[in-house]
Design a protein around this ligand. Sequence first.
Ligand SMILES: [Zn+2]
Length: 265
Amino acid sequence: MVEARTPAIVLRTRTHGESDKIVTFMTRDWGKVTGIAKGAKRSHRRFVNALEPFAHVHVRFRPSQANELAFIFGCDLIQSFQAPSRDLQRFALASYTAELVDAMVIGGESGQEIYSLLFESLSVLEEDSLWTPLFLPAFEFLLLSHVGYAPNCTACHYCGVSLLERGGAATFSVSAGGLLCSHCRERGGATLVLSAETVQFLCRPQFGGLKALLATPVSPRACAEMRALAARLLNQHLPRPLKSLAFLSQAGIPLVSSIDGLQEE
Ligand SMILES: [Zn+2]
């Protein structure tokens, strides 16, 4: 019987029958794994405090064939993030990051990068000094990039001109799925206007990690534009609306649809 071991973060759990739990993890080495923890509601020795959302754990499991549940032998708690229980805003943001990862990751792809992004996100929420309004769009763009859905932000989708060299604003075309220079914007159908600041930010190499991105000074307007752009990209790939959007709204974090001042054509 093969036993896999890997660090992981619990994305969600649900009760199964009288004493079992079905748990979804974002693991470092095996991508997203969903498995059954037999007797989890009774066994404090094998699963003590380790099967709660946002728990950082070492999980031992038998990998499954496609579409079947893995069998979870046991789970050891490495760290319990306190931020989600501290206030509604952090709970909403942690719930959103976990649900978005769950929705955007199908199986074993890009496991390590996405595991690291989720770990870094929960760590940022834990530290007051690191929190900025850029958190949401930065998280969303890094996730989009890791699952392969980030658009090319350095060059015009149609003519290939460097948007940085052109130095001005650009538009994002939903139908083209990319950024357009000022000459090509007419060809793009419905577009979202992005300021030069936003284009410049998106042209940066995004692989320095979340904390490196959050250290960049960004105006509220650029933050709003990036969230609107991320929302359009995510909507193209999400199978259903996320439940945690309601938590964000309750926590006073504006949804994209209510952000004023964005220019759409
Ligand atoms: Zn162009």
